[in-house]
Each structure stands twice: as structure tokens, then as C-alpha cells.
Design a protein around this ligand. Structure first.
Ligand code: NAD
Length: 286
């Protein structure tokens, strides 16, 4: 039978999550999606109205099928963790069972198991502030949404990921080199995500025989990246300074994710894989 993938962090057709879904679908995987609760309505409506149909086209001409979209807020592990103001918030009131534990339970009920878990989400409310001006709450929120969210997803999904399965998250080089503008503790959050990739590769490898890798992706004009504000400058910088002087397409990241999730990568775990036109190799620009 084909593989089944759960991709957390798709709310439109511009981000890495969408491109990864397409590459996995093109390779024959069944696609399940977890969408941030406040973005769920517009995503499902746009899907239904055919607004994404052009970008659903796979290499063989068929349209990518999304079997099911689950509401998800990866900042909350279980219902007891959800504060009253969120519970009663208009944007959450229409959905149920969107904490990480409940989503894993729903996927288990609906499908029994999965083979591939993708974490393509991040959030840092103070991302536009330098680290030196970031509040404790802003820093902890960045870590909660962008790093612990992966620990939590793996914790609750691991029992339903088949042995031989693979998990992948998305990181950014700001974890290891200074990228002014990537603030609010987001650089810290990516450093945590990369370190956790190694520890979780060990723990989940031993306990569940599943692999844990992260892709350090180059810049893409996604919704999240546009919110940070400096994406055009970073794309220009990469065009000028990377070994490969071309714009990075989301599909190139999607294809590496499909490789990492496949048996071709059966000995790769605990790795940070750069998909950035080689920019990470440069010490100075020329
Ligand atoms: P994106 O906007 O397509 O994806 C981010 C998603 O996270 C959105 O769908 C958003 O709704 C979701 N999200 C935010 N908070 C959430 C929560 N609490 N629970 C569930 N979902 C939540 O943007 P993207 O740039 O494709 O981001 C995907 C991943 O790629 C992120 O981890 C990001 O840091 C990483 N990345 C992006 C770039 C870039 O230049 N765009 C570069 C390197 C790494």
C-alpha cells in the first residue's frame, strides 16, 4: 500500500508545507493536513472553491488530493491546556479537537496509522524585534510554537507512525549564523529545533524505529516570511552570494523532503539537510 503522510502547517499554496505535500503526493503518498485553527476556514473555503487548483497540478497532470484537513493548534497539547479566552475566541469556537493529542487520536481513529510526519510551522509574535529587545513571553511563545510543537507532535504521533517511518521539520540557518532581522527568539527556536532533531532521532529511532531529520531551507516568499518583512532582501542576498545563483523554488525543498521520507534515505537520521542553493557554505559574499 502507499504511504500516508500528515503535514502540519499548511494554510495556503505558497509555503513549504504545500510544496512538500505535492512532492509526497507525486510519489504516491496519501495526504492528510493539519491547519492552524484561525486559518482553517479560509483554507478550506479556498480549496473548495478551486482557488488552489492550478497549484494542485502534479507532474502527471492529475490534481493533488488532500484526503482530510484537521484543525490544529500546535501550541496546545491537550484540552486542559487551552485557556478560557482561546476556547471562547470566535476563530476557535467553530472547531473541536484541535490540540495535538486530540488530532493524533482523530488520525488514529480515521486511518489507524501514518508513515510520514511533516512539521512545517513556526510562529514568533516578536520576530521583528531584535533578541535584545524581546520579552520573556515573546521568546517563550516563539519556542513553544516553533520548537516544542515538534516535540509534542512527535510525542503524540510516534505511537501511530509505522516502523520505518520518517519525520521532517523545517529550519533556518539563523540558528547558527547571525541573520539580523530574524528576531523575537526565532533564531533561538531554530537552534532548539536542530538540537532536538538529534536527541529525538536517537530516542524515536530506538523506541519506534522512526527517523527524524530537519531541512535547513533557503528563503521563500511564503506568508510567514512576508510577515517577517525582510524576505526580499534575503532572497536578493542569496541570489548574489550563493554558489547557485538562482531563485529557490518551494518544489526543490518538497523534493528533498520526499527523498528524506523515502526508503532511499533509510540510513539518514538526526541530520540537518541544507536546501539553500549552497548559501550555507559561504563565509563571505563575492
Ligand atoms: P507558511 O506561512 O506557509 O507556514 C507556516 C504555517 O504555520 C502557517 O500555515 C501557519 O498557519 C502555521 N502555524 C503558525 N502557528 C501555528 C500553530 N500554533 N499551530 C499550527 N500551525 C501554526 O510559511 P513557511 O515559510 O513555508 O514556513 C514553514 C516552515 O518553513 C517554518 O518552520 C519556517 O520557519 C520554515 N522556513 C521558512 C523559510 C522561508 O524563507 N520561508 C526558510 C527556512 C525555513
Amino acid at each position: 500500500r502507499g504511504k500516508r503522510a500528515f503535514i502540519a502547517g499548511i494554510a495556503d499554496d505558497n509555503g513549504y508545507g504545500w510544496a512538500i505535500a505535492k512532492s509526497l503526493a507525486a510519489a504516491g503518498a496519501e495526504i492528510l493536513v493539519g491547519t492552524w485553527v484561525p486559518a482553517l476556514n479560509i483554507f478550506e473555503t479556498s480549496l473548495r472553491l478551486g482557488k488552489f487548483d492550478e497549484s494542485r497540478v502534479l507532474p502527471d497532470g492529475s490534481l493533488m488530493k488532500i484526503t482530510k484537513v484537521y484543525p490544529l493548534d500546535a501550541v496546545y497539547d491537550c484540552p486542559e491546556d487551552v485557556p478560557e479566552d482561546v476556547k471562547t475566541n470566535k476563530r476557535y469556537a467553530g472547531s473541536t479537537k484541535w490540540t495535538v493529542k486530540e488530532v493524533a487520536e482523530s488520525v488514529k481513529e480515521d486511518f489507524g496509522s501514518i508513515d510520514i510526519l511533516i512539521h512545517s510551522l513556526a510562529n514568533g509574535p516578536e520576530v521583528s524585534k531584535p533578541l535584545l529587545e524581546t520579552s520573556r513571553n515573546g521568546y517563550l511563545a516563539a519556542i513553544s510554537a516553533s520548537s516544542y510543537s515538534f516535540v509534542s507532535l512527535l510525542k503524540y504521533f510516534a505511537p501511530i507512525i509505522n516502523p520505518g517511518g520518517a519525520t521532517i521539520s523545517l529550519t533556518y540557518i539563523a540558528s547558527e549564523k547571525v541573520i539580523p532581522g530574524y528576531g523575537g527568539g526565532m533564531s533561538s527556536a531554530k537552534a532548539a529545533l536542530e538540537s532536538d532533531t538529534q536527541v529525538l532521532a536517537f530516542e524515536a529511532g530506538r523506541k519506534h524505529k522512526i527517523r527524524v531529520n530537519t531541512i535547513s531551507a533557503g528563503p521563500l516568499r511564503s506568508r510567514a516570511a512576508k510577515a517577517i518583512g525582510f524576505i526580499d532582501m534575503i532572497i536578493d542576498y542569496s541570489l548574489e552570494n550563493a554558489p547557485l545563483q538562482k531563485e529557490l523554488s518551494a518544489d526543490e525543498v518538497g523534493n528533498v523532503a520526499a527523498f528524506l521520507a523515502s526508503p532511499l534515505a533509510s540510513a539518514i537520521t538526526g541530520a540537518v539537510v541544507y536546501v539553500d542553493n549552497g548559501l550555507n557554505a559561504m563565509g563571505v559574499g563575492v
